[in-house]
Ligand binder design. Structure first.
Ligand code: PLP
Length: 554
């Protein structure tokens, strides 16, 4: 059966705003054909009304009455999905090739499953996940925007995808040129002199940047500087990075307007400070109006400024970290520049630097011979901090970013940020009366609400609101972050969503606020329409069961 997801597309005349996903699907839905005799098939409609009621033990159960079994449940001896071609080498028994003591006595308990059952099983599992391709995903500080599919095609072109990393420069001119041009584009966007494309993630870029800052200070006889200042609104990776690089992390509080508290900053600035790490706009979605003053103060103390540009969605073509006074910046290509993320990678966190830090960038950099116009990898970088990653970073991620930047051009990139900021402000204003708005200012690409008002009146918390959103096919916002806002709901709509989608989100948030007052148990027990409800998250994180064991192998 098809999965009812059209609730995520308002205005199509099928699902009125505010109807949970799957709420209608229960009506007259026949039991899905069973792939196997023994078990029902789970779908997103789990728990949706009477269709899900279990029958007698020997009868097929309707869709959603029982969870999707493991792949092993579909296994039958001798069944399979692969037809091996006849071997084109002489076949010798394995006993002749592998010493007896290394041979297992029984074959491994691998599932033996027909191709169609395999495909259906994993397709059903994939449909239990939320994805940008299936619904709105306003996960603050993560920029889960829709990424143009054409960039996937471009990254898969054989000339890029099949290129061997050891191919001589002469045979990789196109790839080298792409890296050269991408580096320049990112430097233009960030206001930097040069950049390394090696880091594989945002946090990896941060580590690269902090190591560059350390190398810079050491080269000037300032290696004693051991402190890195981080505001209390910072993303957790910032203090983690500084600590990992061996620095002492010094936290500064935010002021009443959500920016860095200048007095507090003044108090911690001394000759031991190596750097300040800052996100601007910060994780409250607010642009720090004192950024020039902050840069002056840090530089006057001999420190450098690190810009966490993981979410650059608010600044493209509008303001450049380099112009704000930052010396080092990383971007997350997997947030801002068209690589889908959320599944754990791959990503890329290129790091740009101002002129004084260029000598320390990791080798190789792509250079262009002015005489011949040919591109080459320059490994001759005696002051470089050393490699941050094998080869050239996650090249396919670079290709997507390049295609995205080239397709949009300067004006298109600026439009991305204008629309991202407009969308965030639109949603923020619609919700401001319903949920508490701790910092009532124009926001940038995201904003932070607090459910503390709901909690005081009804006991409903940010977590409950987040869980209830799932019933409407909406991914919850980031919650309980930044840490300085209680019951935080951090919402980032992104530029890729239509007004209809934003309006539906607002209508759903409104409905949940109403439910909190009138029928709080509906919210407290949500989600009702997902394959599983509330999980023991602590247990899942601490003692995850990640391995299937055959019967009797405990
Ligand atoms: C996502 C994010 C990071 C970390 O990026 P990863 O690629 O997940 O390592 C760092 N800072 C901010 C502000 C972020 O949003």
């Amino acid at each position: 059966m098809s999965v009812d997801r059209e609730g995520g597309r308002p205005g199509d005349g099928q699902a009125p705003a505010g109807v949970p996903v799957g709420a209608r699907a229960a009506e007259g839905v026949p039991a899905a054909p069973q792939t196997k005799g023994e078990g029902p098939v789970a779908s997103l409609d789990a728990g949706a009304g009477s269709a899900a009621a279990p029958g007698r033990r020997d009868e097929p159960a309707p869709v959603g009455a029982e969870p999707e079994p493991l792949i092993f449940a579909y296994s039958r001896p001798g069944r399979g999905g692969v037809r091996w071609p006849a071997p084109d080498v002489p076949v010798r028994p394995v006993e002749e090739r592998v010493p007896a003591e290394l041979l297992r006595r029984d074959p491994p308990a691998l599932p033996e499953v027909a191709e169609v059952d395999l495909v259906r099983h994993y397709t059903r599992l994939s449909q239990m996940n939320h994805a940008v391709d299936t619904g709105f995903y306003p996960l603050g500080s993560c920029t889960m925007k829709y990424n143009p599919k054409v960039n996937e095609r471009v990254a898969a072109l054989p000339g890029f995808a099949d290129l061997h990393p050891y191919v001589p420069d002469e045979l990789a001119q196109g790839a080298l040129r792409l890296m050269y041009d991408l580096e320049r584009a990112l430097c233009e966007i960030g206001g930097m002199a040069r950049a390394t494309l090696q880091p594989a993630a945002g946090a990896h870029g941060e580590l690269t940047g902090i190591l560059l800052i350390r190398a810079y200070h050491r080269s000037r006889g300032q290696g004693h500087r051991y402190k890195v200042i981080v505001p209390d609104s910072a993303h957790g990776t910032n203090p983690a990075t500084a600590a990992m690089a061996g620095y002492k992390v010094v936290e500064v509080p935010s002021d009443a307007r959500g920016g860095v508290d200048l007095k507090a900053l003044e108090a911690v600035l001394d000759e031991d400070v190596a750097a300040l790490m800052l996100t601007n706009p910060n994780t409250l979605g607010l642009f720090d109006e004192n950024i020039h003053r902050i840069a002056e103060m840090v530089h006057a103390a001999g420190g450098l400024l690190y810009y966490d540009g993981a979410n650059a969605n608010a600044i493209l073509g509008i303001s450049r970290p380099g112009d704000m006074g930052f010396d080092v910046v990383h971007f997350n290509l997997h947030k801002t520049f068209s690589t889908p993320h959320g599944g754990g990678g791959p990503g890329a966190g290129p790091v740009g630097v101002k002129e004084e830090l260029v000598p320390f960038l990791p080798a190789p950099l792509v250079e262009r011979d002015p005489a011949t116009g040919r591109f080459y990898l320059d490994h001759d970088r005696p002051q470089a901090i050393g490699r941050m990653r094998s080869f050239y970073g996650n090249f396919a991620v670079l290709v997507r970013a390049y295609a995205y930047i080239r397709a949009l051009g300067a004006e298109g990139l600026r439009r991305v940020s204008e629309d991202a900021v407009l969308n965030a402000n639109y949603v923020m204003r619609q919700l401001a009366g319903l949920y508490r708005l701790p910092y009532d200012r124009t926001c940038m690409h995201e904003f932070v609400l607090s459910a503390s008002n709901l909690r005081e009146r009804t006991g409903i918390r940010a977590l409950d609101v987040a869980k209830r959103l799932l019933d409407f096919g909406i991914h919850p916002p980031t919650i309980y972050f930044p840490l300085i806002v209680e019951e935080a709901l951090m919402i980032e709509p992104t530029e890729t969503e239509s007004k209809e989608t934003l309006d539906r989100f607002v209508a759903v948030m409104r409905r949940i606020a109403r439910e909190a007052e009138e029928e709080p148990d509906v919210v407290r027990q949500a989600p009702h329409t997902t394959p599983v409800g509330r999980l023991d998250e602590a247990l899942a994180a601490r003692r995850p069961v990640l391995r299937w064991r055959p019967d009797g192998e405990g």
